[in-house]
Ligand binder design. Structure first.
Ligand code: HEM
Length: 450
């Protein structure tokens, strides 16, 4: 694929609200503030008030129509890729991820990049990292402070960043690794701000300059990524082929016309894998620890499972964690021609949202949805197809899904052995930041003496 052309699709004009289903009349900024404060609660309220579907408006996006029943959600996420554009819906991420990112491309360019990225994620390949992930988790748990409360979200972000640095980058230069350890977390935070606040992030609020801070942090990380890419290109072919990290596989991969991936493509996909794979997994782990410590029966069975026993139960626990706290609460597609979903036609330019958070909390899909019960996924009752979709679906389904579930299970099996308790029994508030649902207080733990 030539790297001199712009592969992104032009956004169609927004349709008038009068052609869309009813929804909140609050201004877009007020709607985003409402979602930030109570993402699942506000979706449930809007659903109760307006039914399915309802329309929402948030800054940076055109008007969006929200679906939540498995049948309609399936139509949204598996719609024809030349009409249902996820890249257009993800466009606000391109400031961070660049124009070659798998997340922001559509159509043929998307499929071409996806073809290059799928083999490194395929099947059992990444399971070879199991031992390393266990070691990193043990090392992390061993340094949790005794007797003083600490935030588990920060710890999990550090841990999953280590995993990404090994699995995706395979960096061996310790100085560069240290610089990325230092620079990536603030960049992730800045990216969240510019994505969440859209155009509002361009304004300076006194010393708070969201866009400027973000660009400075991004440029510093880019310099390191490009240096790593250049070094990796100099590795002899046989040594490169023997390496198991994703960057090495991508450096050795070729497009259909035989050309290698350009520096810009590699940079954008590396950034995409960090952004899509690091905070999401860390957040799922943080929620997991919170939920397990509030459900002692489940925790006891997880402890009894040990490092590799009771796979079905451990997998059911991970599924239930991702159901009740879906880290990515929605996925979107912008349509570039009119389509029919259910019994209604939608105009060109509208965003169609599959609300994962709402689907997972519908009483008719998961009875008593607020109750944490892994047995739901042990054949107790059938989960409808597209009733559980924490990784989205169709040709855009998360390419890290099986690795993320493996990582989640492997790390949890280690961490449940740690003698910790919640510092605070009050329920952890669910907050929306950027594109993820995070625990509002970061889940504070106290490690006890044994
Ligand atoms: C618990 C962890 C994770 C969750 C909940 C999650 C969730 C998602 C969701 C909902 C999507 C959008 C799917 C759609 O539009 O239908 C997605 C896409 C994606 N995810 Fe993940 N993800 C996780 C971990 C990872 C990891 C570990 C990686 C890689 C290291 C990764 C890489 C990606 C990429 C590259 C895409 C874009 C796929 C495309 O557009 O073709 N994710 N993820």
């Amino acid at each position: 694929m030539s790297t001199t052309i712009d592969p992104t699709v032009a956004a169609p004009p927004e349709p008038p609200l009068s052609e869309l289903p009813p929804g909140s009349r609050l201004p877009p900024l007020a709607q985003v503030a409402m979602i930030a404060r109570s993402p699942i609660g506000s979706a449930l309220k809007l659903h109760a008030r307006y039914g399915e579907p309802f329309t929402m408006r948030v800054p940076g996006f055109g008007p969006s129509v929200v679906f939540s029943s498995p049948q309609l959600v399936r139509q949204v996420v598996t719609g024809r890729p030349d009409v249902f554009h996820a890249g257009l819906a993800n466009r606000p991420l391109s400031a961070v991820l660049g124009r070659w990112s798998l997340l922001t491309l559509d159509g043929r360019p998307h499929l071409q990049q996806r073809k290059l990225l799928l083999p490194p994620f395929h099947g059992e390949r990444l399971r070879a990292y199991g031992e390393l992930i266990r070691e990193l988790s043990e090392r992390e748990a061993a340094i949790w402070p005794l007797d003083t409360p600490f935030r588990v979200d920060e710890r999990m972000q550090r841990l999953t960043l280590e995993v990404i640095l090994e699995v995706v980058f395979g960096i061996s230069d310790e100085t560069r690794k240290d610089a990325l350890r230092r620079l990536l977390p603030p960049l992730v935070e800045s990216s969240r701000h510019v994505v969440f606040w859209g155009k509002a992030a361009n304004f300076d609020f006194g010393p708070i300059r969201l866009r400027e801070t973000f660009e400075r942090r991004r440029d510093a990380v880019d310099e390191l990524l490009l240096a790593e890419i250049h070094d990796r290109r100099r590795v002899p072919a046989e040594s490169l082929a023997a390496r198991t990290d994703i960057l090495s596989m991508l450096v050795g991969a070729t497009h259909e016309d035989g050309s290698p991936m350009g520096d810009g493509e590699l940079r954008d996909e590396l950034m995409t894998l960090v952004m899509a794979g690091h905070e999401t997994t860390a957040t799922a782990l943080t929620w997991a620890i919170d939920l397990l410590l509030r459900n002692p029966v489940v925790l006891a069975r997880m402890r009894a499972a040990g490092p590799d026993g009771d796979d079905d139960y451990v997998n059911a626990v991970c599924q239930e964690i991702l159901r009740i706290r879906p880290v990515v609460p929605f996925v979107g597609r912008v349509i570039t021609e009119p389509v029919v979903i259910g019994d209604r036609q939608y105009p060109t330019g509208v965003g169609l949202i599959a609300s994962i958070g709402l689907t997972h909390h519908r009483e008719d899909v998961f009875p008593s949805p607020g109750v944490f019960r892994p047995e739901r996924f042990l054949g107790e009752s059938e989960v409808p197809s597209y009733g559980w979709l924490p990784f989205g679906g169709g040709v855009r389904r998360c390419i890290g899904a099986s690795f993320a579930q493996f990582e989640l299970a492997t790390i949890l099996r280690v961490l449940v052995r740690s003698p910790v308790r919640l510092a605070n029994r009050r329920p952890e508030p669910i907050r929306a930041t950027g594109v993820t649902l995070v625990p509002g207080r970061g889940v504070k733990l106290v490690r006890e003496r044994v």
